[in-house]
Design a protein around this ligand. Structure first.
Ligand SMILES: C[S@@+](CC[C@H](N)C(=O)[O-])C[C@H]1O[C@@H](n2cnc3c(N)ncnc32)[C@H](O)[C@@H]1O
Ligand code: SF4
Length: 306
């Protein structure tokens, strides 16, 4: 009985969270210059493209109206490859200056022009995705990218931020954890001692698409509690289609289209609700992404796990 009432309380809390999305992820592009062995980006079957500036601005305005404070201006691609990326960053500064904006990049194309746009628009966090503490490991984990260029770009950016007397963006170097990146973690920390943090993060299986020889953790699939991601963020692909979560990298679980619907309509819509219900009821069989997701459940609060 006590358990049943706890579950009811939790489901009620989750239903309350359906009032408005807490975070917004905008895929500026799914094109990439990397073929990282940790990432399913190269395996995408969907077309490559770039979000129109018009849609970008429209969604930023909706984020302001909905009081969405956490913004991720990227998803499954490399944002700095977009030719007008500074213009897209300026739109964040103009339309939603109070957003907590967290940008992830491989930083292989972090030019001075992009760096200046990051600084003038008060981007809060720059996550530099970087595996390995040596040139050899970096370039074998991130084929297509060059150690020397990326390292110089990051150090230049941090120096310019410091010279401008700015404390943001904080610069975090983030490495997915593999046998090799763990072994070289001290080297990585030494290389980026000028950055605010250097972290190892769990390597996800991404629906079983990552080569397990590099150390995909044997994370338990499908825990008994619902997937928090379905309540955490609304994720818009470059073409406006909205998916259930950021792990749906090949857009198999589309729940709406931001060209035709508002973010709030999609967030409260029947399609997303059906995924949430399936997650609450632990009936994920047949769902293309959820049924194969091996998301590592770090940071899930205790109350969620009833
Ligand atoms: C998909 S990338 C897109 C942004 C950009 N291209 C980059 O490399 O940061 C976003 C983040 O996902 C991480 N990532 C990709 N595949 C992963 C995996 N299998 N496990 C853990 N993190 C992964 C990347 O390292 C990166 O930090
Ligand atoms: S991790 Fe980033 S740079 Fe590497 S393939 Fe994926 S999207 Fe591209």
């Amino acid at each position: 009985m006590a358990q049943a009432s706890l579950i009811k309380e939790k489901v009620d809390t989750m239903r309350g969270m359906e009032a408005s999305p807490p975070a917004l992820q905008l895929e500026i592009t799914n094109a990439c210059n990397g073929k990282c062995i940790i990432c399913p980006n190269p395996q995408q079957t969907r077309p490559r493209g770039m979000m129109s500036f018009k849609l970008w601005c429209k969604l930023l305005h909706q984020a302001v109206e909905l009081n969405i404070t956490l913004l991720h201006p990227f998803w499954f691609g490399e944002p700095t490859l977009v030719k007008d990326f500074p213009k897209y960053l300026d739109a964040i500064g103009d339309i939603h200056p109070n957003a907590m904006t967290q940008l992830f990049s491989n930083c292989s194309n972090l030019t001075d022009e992009i760096g200046e746009a990051i600084l003038r628009n008060n981007i809060d966090l720059l996550v530099v995705s970087f595996e390995g503490g040596t040139k050899q490991t970096y370039e074998s984990h991130r084929p297509g990218l060059k150690w020397d260029k990326t390292v110089i770009n990051v150090h230049n950016f941090v120096r310019k931020r410091n010279e401008a007397g700015m404390r943001i963006p904080e610069v975090f170097v983030q490495s997915a954890s593999t046998y090799q990146t763990r072994a070289e973690f001290e080297l990585l920390k030494a290389e980026f001692s000028d950055c605010n943090q250097v972290n190892l993060t769990a390597l996800q299986t991404m629906g079983g698409t990552i080569d397990e020889s590099i150390d995909v953790p044997k994370v338990r699939k499908n825990p008994s509690w619902p997937c928090m991601r379905l309540w955490s963020e609304i994720v818009v692909a470059w073409d406006g289609r909205v998916v259930t979560c950021c792990d749906d990298w090949d857009t198999k679980q589309v729940v709406g289209n931001a060209n035709e619907q508002t973010l709030l309509e999609i967030w409260k819509g029947d399609k997303l609700r059906a995924y949430r219900d399936a997650s609450i009821n632990n009936s994920l069989d047949g769902l293309p992404t959820c049924s194969t997701c091996w998301y590592e459940w770090i940071g899930v609060p205790e109350w969620w796990k009833v």
